[in-house]
Each structure stands twice: as C-alpha cells, then as structure tokens.
Design a protein around this ligand. Structure first.
Ligand SMILES: *[C@@H]1O[C@H](CO)[C@@H](O)[C@H](O)[C@H]1NC(C)=O
Ligand SMILES: *[C@@H]1O[C@H](CO)[C@@H](O)[C@H](O)[C@H]1NC(C)=O
Ligand SMILES: *[C@@H]1O[C@H](CO)[C@@H](O)[C@H](O)[C@H]1NC(C)=O
Ligand SMILES: *[C@@H]1O[C@H](CO)[C@@H](O)[C@H](O)[C@H]1NC(C)=O
Ligand SMILES: *[C@@H]1O[C@H](CO)[C@@H](O)[C@H](O)[C@H]1NC(C)=O
Ligand SMILES: *[C@@H]1O[C@H](CO)[C@@H](O)[C@H](O)[C@H]1NC(C)=O
Ligand SMILES: *[C@@H]1O[C@H](CO)[C@@H](O)[C@H](O)[C@H]1NC(C)=O
Length: 457
C-alpha cells in the first residue's frame, strides 16, 4: 500500500482517490502560469496605482511649490517695480493700499518661509517701520501671519528694530534671537507666540491677545502691555524687569514662571511694574484705580459757559439744566462751603445733562463681573409735589449699545440729601453715561445737583 502523498495528506489510501489527487495537482500545475500571471497582474496594477498616486502627489506638490514660487516671485517683482517707479509716492495712501491688497492676497497663498521673506522685504523697504512718518507706514491689519518665524542666533541676531506689525494674526509666531527694540505689536492676535532671547526694549504690546505665550530670557524695559490678554503666559529663563513696564488692565491669570509656579508679581519692585486694574495670576485684583471719574462734577469749570468745551452735554429737550452760580432761593437750601456753582434746573418741563465716561481701562475687572461703582451726589428740589430730579447711570458697550441703566438717586424720597449708592457694573460695559434729569412742574419750582462723584472699586 502506498503511503498517501505528502501533498494530499487527507486523501484516503484508496487508488481511485489517489488518482484524483494527481488530477488536481496536474490541473494546478497547468493553471499555475495563469494564476501566477493573474497575481502578478493584480500586484503590478495595485503597485502602479500606488506609484501613480505618489507620482500625482509628487506632481501636485511640485505644482504647488511652483505656484507658491511664482506667486512669491510675481509679488516681489511687482512691488519692487512699484517701489522703483519714479511716480511711486510713499505718502500716497492709494499706492500703499495697492501694496496692502497685493500683500494680503499673497500672504494667503505662500508658506511660512515666504511669509517671513515678504515681511523682511517690506521691512527692509522701510514700509513696516515705526520710525517713519505715520502716513508712510503700510498697514497689514488683519494679515494672516500665523506661524511667522524669525530664527536668529546668538552670534547673528535678526535686526527687526522698529518693526511695525499692529493688528495682525501672529498666532504660533516665533521671534528667537531678534532685535525688536521700539517695535509695535498693538492689537495683534498672538496666541502661543514665543519671544525668546530677543531684545524688546520699548516694544509696545497694547491690547494684544496672547494666551499661552512664552516669553523667555528677555529684559523687559519700558514696555506697554495695557489692556492685554496674557492668560497662562510663561515667563521663563532669566527674565528681568528693568524699568517701567505698564501692565495696566492686563489679564495675567495663571501666568507662570520658571518652574511652573504662579508668578508673584509683588516680588518685582513696585516702581518697575504698573499693575493697576490688572488681574493677577491667582485671579485677584490688587490695585484698582479709584480716582474720580466724573469731570467737573461740581459745575465749577463750566459755570455760566455754553458748555461747548465742557464734558457735560445737554439733552434733547427744550428746557435746560444750567451750570449756575449758587444763589439763595427761598424754596431750596444748599449747604455748600467753598463752592461757587451748582447744576440748576429751573425751567418748566423735562431737562437733562449727560457726561460719557470711558471705562475701557477697567475692562478686565468689568469683564470678570467684579467691578462695582459708588455714585454720590447732592440733590434737592423745592418742595412741591410736581417736581422731580434724578440721576441715572447708563451702561453702554464699546459700540455705544445700551446694556442696562440704574436710576441711582431721586429726590422724591428724601429731599436735600447726599446719597452714596453702590452697584455692580454689567459685563461688557465700556462706557458709563451719567445722566442728570429734572422735571419741573411749577414755574416757581427748581431742582439743584452738586458734588457728583463716581468711582469704581
Ligand atoms: C505724495 O502724496 C501726498 C499725499 O497724496 C502729497 O501730499 C505729496 O505732495 C506727494 N508727494 C509727491 C512728491 O508727489
Ligand atoms: C489699536 O486699536 C485701537 C482701538 O481699536 C485703536 O484706537 C488704535 O489706533 C490701534 N492701534 C494701532 C497701533 O493700530
Ligand atoms: C537663550 O539662549 C541661551 C544661550 O544660547 C540658552 O541657554 C537658553 O536656553 C535660551 N533661552 C530659552 C528660553 O530658550
Ligand atoms: C494673590 O496673589 C497676590 C500676589 O501675587 C497676593 O498678594 C494675594 O494675597 C493673593 N490672593 C489670594 C486670594 O491668594
Ligand atoms: C487712574 O485713572 C485716571 C483717570 O482715568 C488717570 O488719569 C490716572 O493716571 C490713573 N492712575 C493710574 C495709577 O493708573
Ligand atoms: C411743557 O410741556 C407742555 C406739554 O407737554 C407744553 O404744552 C408746554 O408748552 C411746555 N412748556 C415749555 C416752557 O416748554
Ligand atoms: C462711596 O463714596 C462716598 C463718598 O463719595 C463714601 O463716603 C462712601 O464710603 C463710599 N462707599 C463705599 C462703599 O465705598
């Protein structure tokens, strides 16, 4: 008996079965070339397909690269020709606008190396500099400079002093070993920006939006950060605070130092850092500017003038509240000491006087709903039932849209009094309008306001 063929281990020992096994083998052998060919074809096709994709990717990449290069070259040629043209006039706003439009479009279509080259080109052409007259500066407001990278070295720092880049998108940008003295970055949006080992004396960063920024090995000297958002910023390496750095109204929540610890700003000498209205790393506000906000709240400066140069503005009514010398009137008494004038409403019907107060420098405090006001005033009317005087505070957004009003004082409750009222300032308030209102119902009646004071605390 034959032992079953190794290639057919499961075949039974019977002869007939053995021969059918042989047939299968023969068939397979016969089919082998076409099977091999088939497999080869499939493999080859798949591989060709992959190579095709890769080639096309390669081609696409080359085409993109070619596109970027020609966009860039066209741009540089175009602007160079313009700059060399004898008709070109740096202080002609239309010429600058042409460059601005070209630049913004080009910046959208190039890679980060070309972005850097474009900025350098414009800077070296003296169009992006803070030390040329205002009307010769190119505005790149809203330009997309995301990931812009200037990478110098200790022996060869990049010269960018007086660089003028306000109002641009600089997220993830890097300034490493750069000389940036007197540069302007105001209003720029620069989340994750890195300023490292650079010289930044006199650089202004007003109202920048820069959460998660890294500031490493820098000497701060005469820098202005007013109104900036610096949440989670890391100040690392040998950071030093030399002379007057203005951090008024900045948000420093969670800002950290070398070993990830919250910065103790109190350890920096007080005459170096200005931290008025700033939110400290632990969320507290240390110094709030509580100076008087109302100008001429005693009617002394505008006394008997037509108010054109005064902070007070008349309301829309025909009747007027006037800034009048204090007179003795039988129906009202005023206990003034060394003052000469007050606000007087003595004509029939409604009258008003308003003053708009800008509170942008309290925006962080207000935004975090920690701002309160304290309004006080002297307010009185002659004692007839038909006359009334009141003070209203209107809270307005930065576009002057109304948010809320508080009627803070009225004389109808208690005549002849000095009120001090406190309340919360709604979030998003950027202006407070102080409004003096009077309604005189009888011809002999009159109302008086004096010593208006408004403070934020
Ligand atoms: C340049 O343009 C400004 C503003 O349009 C104009 O005042 C000035 O005279 C022009 N200068 C020259 C040299 O044409
Ligand atoms: C920044 O924005 C403010 C408010 O919009 C504006 O008054 C100021 O001129 C801007 N600063 C620069 C340098 O463009
Ligand atoms: C600044 O440069 C020094 C010297 O090259 C280097 O040791 C240091 O790490 C750099 N600082 C940062 C924050 O990278
Ligand atoms: C917050 O930090 C400041 C110093 O940075 C410190 O004086 C103050 O006591 C801290 N406040 C709280 C509530 O921890
Ligand atoms: C406080 O605010 C007033 C008026 O808004 C301003 O003149 C003064 O410089 C501010 N003081 C500080 C310390 O910022
Ligand atoms: C006061 O208002 C009444 C009605 O509203 C009007 O008839 C009258 O003329 C007004 N008087 C003055 C002095 O404006
Ligand atoms: C509000 O201001 C008045 C004086 O203008 C003062 O007497 C009073 O203590 C202040 N109130 C608060 C809560 O600060």
């Amino acid at each position: 008996m034959k032992t079953p063929s190794k290639s057919c281990p499961k075949a039974s020992p019977s002869k007939s079965k053995g021969s059918s096994c042989l047939k299968v083998i023969k068939f397979l052998l016969a089919a082998f070339p076409s099977v091999v060919f088939g497999v080869f074809t499939i493999v080859f096709t798949v591989q060709q397909h992959i190579t095709g994709i890769e080639n096309r990717k390669q081609d696409q990449k080359q085409a993109d690269e070619q596109n970027i290069r020609s966009t860039f070259e066209n741009y540089i040629d175009d602007i160079s020709n313009l700059l060399l043209d004898e008709k070109f006039n740096r202080s002609n706003s239309e010429h600058l606008l042409h460059i601005r439009v070209k630049t913004l479009t080009t910046l959208r279509h190039v890679d980060i190396n070309r972005k850097r080259d474009i900025i350098l080109f414009l800077y070296e052409s003296r169009l992006l500099r803070n030390d040329v007259p205002c009307n010769e500066r190119l505005s790149l407001q809203d330009a997309d400079l995301d990931k812009l990278t200037f990478q110098g070295s200790s022996s060869n720092p990049i010269q960018l002093d007086n660089l003028y880049l306000p109002g641009v998108y600089l997220s993830n940008a890097v300034f490493h070993w750069c000389i940036l003295d007197y540069a302007v970055f105001d209003n720029s949006s620069m989340a994750n920006v890195r300023f490292i080992n650079s010289s930044i004396s006199h650089v202004t960063f007003r109202r920048i939006y820069a959460p998660d920024a890294i500031m490493g090995d820098l000497v701060f000297h005469e820098n202005d950060f007013t109104g900036s958002m610096l949440v989670r910023t890391s100040f690392v390496g040998g950071t030093d605070w030399k002379e007057e750095v203005d951090l008024t109204n900045t948000d420093l929540l969670d800002s950290r130092g070398n070993h990830g610890q919250l910065i103790n700003w109190n350890s920096v000498p007080e005459n170096v850092l200005i931290l008025v209205n700033a939110r400290l790393p632990n969320g507290s506000f240390h110094q709030i500017n509580s100076t008087e906000l109302i100008s001429d709240g005693g009617a002394e400066l505008g006394c008997q003038t037509d108010l054109t140069e005064n902070a007070w503005k008349r309301g829309p009514y025909g009747s007027k509240i006037i800034l009048s010398p204090i007179s003795t009137h039988p129906s009202i008494s005023i206990s003034s000491s060394n003052e000469n004038c007050y606000f007087l409403a003595d004509s029939l019907n409604a009258s008003s006087l308003t003053q708009l107060i800008d509170v942008h420098s309290f925006s962080v405090l207000i935004h975090n709903e920690q701002a309160r006001y304290n309004m006080s005033a002297y307010l009185t009317c002659s004692q007839d039932k038909s006359s009334e005087a009141w003070i209203k505070l209107a809270f307005l957004k930065n576009n002057y849209l109304w948010i809320d009003s508080h009627k803070v004082h009225t004389n109808q409750v208690k005549p002849r009094n000095i009120f001090a009222t406190t309340g919360n300032i709604p979030s998003y308030t950027r202006f407070i309008r102080v409004e003096l209102h009077a309604y005189i119902g009888e011809s002999y009646a009159r109302c008086v306001f004096d010593n208006l004071r408004l403070r934020i605390f």
